[in-house]
Design a protein around this ligand. Sequence first.
Ligand code: AMP
Ligand code: TRP
Length: 339
Amino acid sequence: MKPFDRTQGKRVFSGIQPSGDVHIGNYLGAIKNWAESQDEYDNIFCIVDLHAITVKQDPKILKKKIREIAGLLLACGIDPKKSSLFVQSHLAAHTELSWILNCFTPMGWLEKMTQFKEKSEGQACLSTGRERASVGLFDYPILMAADILLYETDIVPVGEDQSQHVELARDIAKRFNVIFDSNIFKIPEVKIKKETARIMGLQNPEKKMSKSSELAGDSILLLDSPDAIREKIMKAKTDSFNEVNFDKERAGIYNLLVIYESFSEMGRGDIETKYEGKGYAEFKKDLAELVIEKLEPIQEKYNKLPESEIDKILQDGAEKIRPMAEKKIKEVKEVIGLG
Ligand code: AMP
Ligand code: TRP
């Protein structure tokens, strides 16, 4: 199989963890944008199983989830003819570069990462949480930097929660280039779609919708049944104001409106006009039907995809980009004098 040539335009790289269930925050904040801009860029999308094991995983479930996420990405419109889709652990270059970058990144940079602080804070007190967290969880952003820097990435489209990690990848690349007086790493740009950068939980609209939320009904999953979607939306936390308009101060209804806006692709003014004088219940009913209508074709496509086809696409994806990753590792080893 031929490696990519760079005549197709800028390169996009992004990743998603195969842990938990994919929700509409992942879809609206990341996957939908990846699918929509495929024609414009040269795309690589990665299922980051090595990132997933930074927290506890059940081996059988993890393996199943890798295929499930791959199937969902394909069902959401990621087209293997336009994009390379692969599993991170299939290419050893990711861990190899990650180790090398470890040796050139100050600990202090990682200590500033808010995601590590949040994820390790699960325990009663911060110091205990940190002591129990794996070294991998601390090191997570370096592996992410390796993912990005291996492929001369120009653009990294992600939700807002990942912007600090992309910023770190930029800093690591710049520092490495300065230390070795080379241009070995391209400096990537983060790309965040403002409107959907942070879809919030339905039960706790102060926190982002997340794969690890323990609140029942907090996340709408891409594979939720129509009844589950109706129930979650009807029970979503709002306020007693009962006026359907985009007011950031009213986090619950604002979040539901953002979800409506991005699925319907209607303008904010038109949405507010449509619901003038109508209450939350009517709006929520319409929102539920809209989400069901938009997720139905994705679920239908997903259910028809044979596992053997998914495996083949993942294998082909890895083979297509392997030469690029190996070339970069060779160059890196050369500049630092390894081997
Ligand atoms: P993850 O679930 O951490 O693997 O995230 C996969 C992609 O979805 C990343 O680009 C995240 O930034 C994005 N994402 C995750 N949760 C949300 C959310 N609640 N709103 C918007 N984007 C999100
Ligand atoms: N850390 C990202 C997340 O949880 C996933 C990820 C891993 C990623 N490697 C990446 C995203 C490289 C963009 C680029 O969402």
